[in-house]
Design a binder for this molecule. Structure first.
Ligand code: ADP
Ligand code: MG
Length: 258
């Protein structure tokens, strides 16, 4: 059963019905063909879970969405804006697309509060006081306002990852990308991060999550994608995906992780 979706807050509203569209996308690393004809249309408010073996191209695919990686063939359109070499448009897209990584990527020499206010102050030109207010709002949301003046190294992995999510939310993103946000965490910290992600999903955030947390996929995903060798091998509702996988490669993968 999927979670109930409440009305999206105004800040997360996309301009177009289609949040992300990838059409015939190919990418190479030198000679290596890493993405092969990716076709994917993500609707506003949709929650997509992406799984697949290590090296199958999951990170590369979602990193193309905010141009951390460049595709060489095909089209990628994010909330109506096509990704080209136009730097202004890339900036525009990056402002709307938040990303959370496996290894948190917090700035170690800045406090938790400073990590959260840096981009709003420098990119959005928000006054410091307002940025701090927004940051505290989201630190409360991820349940660690009391850590605001500490440094990342003083926090547990689970807390750092929740800071990374709060930091993204401070930019008021319309789409969130998660790249294995729980795979570097000790098991007892996985739940606190997943709970935060479930909360976001329930609020109607458009999300693409690379994760092997299949409980999360069952709970919140509208669609689950299985990737292998740079291709989308299978894409289905969680119910169908787990009950009735179509491809041998999907069956094999599921038998290894479930
Ligand atoms: P996944 O996230 O599914 O584990 P990735 O998207 O990270 O897979 O990587 C897909 C393939 O591309 C892997 O074989 C990886 O070694 C290769 N790859 C990733 N990044 C680079 C890079 N910057 N240069 C060359 N090869 C890369
Ligand atoms: Mg990866």
């Amino acid at each position: 059963m999927t979670t109930q979706r409440t009305a999206p807050s105004p800040g997360v509203t996309l301009k177009t019905e289609t949040a992300v569209e990838m059409l015939g996308v190919h990418k190479w690393y030198g000679e290596f063909h890493v993405l092969r004809d990716i076709n994917l249309k993500v609707q506003r408010g949709e929650r997509i879970v992406i799984c697949g073996p290590s090296g199958s191209g999951k990170s590369t695919m979602i990193r193309c969405i905010n141009r951390l990686e460049e595709h060489q063939q095909g089209r990628i359109v994010v909330d109506g804006i096509e990704l080209t070499n136009d730097l202004k448009r890339i900036d525009e897209i990056r402002r709307d697309v938040g990303m959370v990584f496996q290894h948190f990527n917090l700035f170690p020499h800045l406090t938790i509060l400073e990590n959260c206010t840096l981009a709003p102050i420098w990119v959005k030109k928000m006054p410091k006081k307002d940025a701090e207010e927004v940051a505290m709002k989201y630190l409360k949301r991820v349940k660690i306002p009391e850590q605001a003046n500490k440094y990342p190294g003083q926090l547990s992995g689970g807390q750092q990852q929740r800071v990374a999510i709060a930091r993204s939310l401070c930019m008021n993103p319309k789409i969130m990308l998660f790249d294995e946000p729980t795979s570097a965490l000790d098991p007892e910290m996985v739940k606190e991060v997943l709970d935060t992600m479930v909360g976001l999903a329930e609020e109607g955030m458009t999300m693409l999550c690379v994760t092997h947390e299949m409980g999360f996929a069952r709970q919140v995903a509208d669609r689950v994608i299985f990737m292998d060798y740079g291709q989308i091998v299978e894409m289905n509702t969680p119910d169908e995906f787990f009950r009735n996988p179509q491809h041998e490669r999907t069956k094999l993968f599921l038998s290894q992780i479930l």
